[in-house]
Design a binder for this molecule. Structure first.
Ligand code: HEM
Length: 393
């Protein structure tokens, strides 16, 4: 990705790909909430940025004006590419979502718990005695690649390839349309081969299960199958990697919270929700398909709108002490997994991975902190999380 031009005013020229946002977006949202809760930019061929929970919620619940057919904000609009159900609107969306829902229920995820624990334990074994590791690169990303590959029945040896695809689609591709289209094609080729293998020799994995799925009594066609599997790869890796990396960063830099969690593991469920709220990784977009008004602001058809669920989760109107992490926060209806009809299907899996990953880490490494002079880097774009996180213990 090329260097982004400086932002003149976040209210009228916002750029969520700019490094000021990527490194520390919280002061930007706080400032906008006070003086311009729906920001706009002429970049990206025109886009809006609401930062209040109530406005983000209203838009997420209004697919008639805010379509999901484009969910990534890029410098220029590309041909539509389908990743059902996330890029679908009503009425098609419901049946496509119904195909995936049963594959990701808590009951469907529970049998994978032992394997996820084995993966986490194996990774901790690699560095626990060394006194140092990169919490994002050596732990968080390895877990989510291995777990996603396991569920799809593909080899995690291709982890580097998966990460390149994600980076090319969501980061570098923001200003490189040819790269995005090439990556879509590469992923389609890869998954068509996997689908052919499963047709010949089905197993228990999610690709095999999708071959059994029916919409209106008909099997999914190749385009639907490839689209769904590509989505699961993209949705499953970057997101949980980012959320888990942020958990580790928080615990490395907040000794009180870390010691409290180690001393009282019963806090884990509320702690996970609170860390998801405070460091939500996903900001996804909608294309405005009919003029409308939200929060007293006009939204013009043809432009994009960025739904920063992370900004919603820091809104003090919705969460008292929104910028404070409270591990036992009782009321926490956060938006990290989205709001409305597209709410995350993989939330149970993400919570399971995060819980096991933190349990296994804290059991072996209860005391840790950022390495002296550590430089923490963050991913830019739709999914924000630490990518370089040097820790010592
Ligand atoms: C902490 C980790 C995760 C976060 C923060 C997250 C966040 C989100 C968000 C915000 C949405 C809504 C998108 C929208 O409104 O357009 C979403 C949708 C979705 N997520 Fe996740 N996600 C996570 C993990 C996962 C995992 C592990 C999977 C599965 C492998 C997954 C699969 C999906 C799918 C399939 C959708 C689309 C649902 C629909 O369109 O109906 N996610 N996710």
């Amino acid at each position: 990705m090329k260097a982004r031009p400086p932002v003149t005013d976040w209210a009228t020229d916002f750029d969520h790909m700019h490094q000021d946002w990527t490194q520390d977006p919280y002061p930007i949202w706080q400032d906008l909430r006070q003086r311009c809760p729906v920001a706009h930019t002429d970049r990206f061929e025109g886009a809006y940025l609401p930062v209040r929970y109530a406005d983000i919620r209203e838009i997420a619940y209004d697919p008639a004006h805010f379509s999901s057919r484009r969910i990534v904000i890029r410098d220029e609009r590309l041909p539509l590419v389908s990743f059902p159900p996330i890029t679908s609107d009503p009425p098609d969306h419901r049946a496509q979502r119904a195909v995936l829902l049963p594959l990701f229920t808590p009951a469907a995820m529970a049998p994978h718990e032992a394997a996820i624990r084995r993966i986490c334990r194996g990774l901790v074994d690699r560095f626990a005695d060394k006194g140092t590791c990169d919490g994002a690169a050596d732990y968080a990303q390895e877990i989510t690649v291995a777990v996603t590959a396991m569920l799809l029945g593909i080899s995690s040896d291709d982890g580097d390839l998966f990460r390149r695809w994600l980076n090319d689609l969501l980061v570098v591709g923001t200003d490189d349309p040819a790269l995005v289209m090439r990556t879509h094609g590469e992923m389609a080729g890869f998954f068509m081969k996997e689908i052919a293998l499963r047709r010949a020799n089905p197993g228990q994995d999610i690709i095999s299960r999708l071959l059994e799925a029916r919409i209106d009594e008909a099997p999914l066609d190749d385009a639907q199958l490839v689209g769904m599997v590509r989505l699961l790869l993209i949705a499953g890796i970057d997101t949980t990697w980012s959320a888990l990396g942020s958990c580790l960063l928080h615990l490395a830099t907040h000794a009180d919270d870390r010691r409290r969690l180690v001393a009282d593991p019963s806090l884990m469920p509320t702690a996970i929700e609170e860390l998801l709220r405070a460091y939500s990784p996903v900001s996804i977009a909608r294309e405005i398909v009919a003029d409308t008004e939200v929060g007293g602001c006009p939204f013009k058809a043809g432009q994009m709108v960025l739904l920063s669920f992370a900004a919603a989760n820091r809104d003090p109107e919705a969460f008292p002490d929104a910028d404070k992490v409270v591990l036992d926060r009782a009321e926490n209806r956060h938006a990290a997994f989205g709001l409305g009809i597209h709410r995350c299907i993989g939330s149970h899996l993400a919570r399971l991975e995060m819980t096991i990953a933190l349990e296994e880490w804290l059991a072996r490494i209860p005391e840790f902190s950022l390495a002296p002079d550590a430089i923490v880097t963050w991913s830019a774009g739709a999914v924000r999380g630490p990518r370089q996180l040097p820790l010592v213990f």
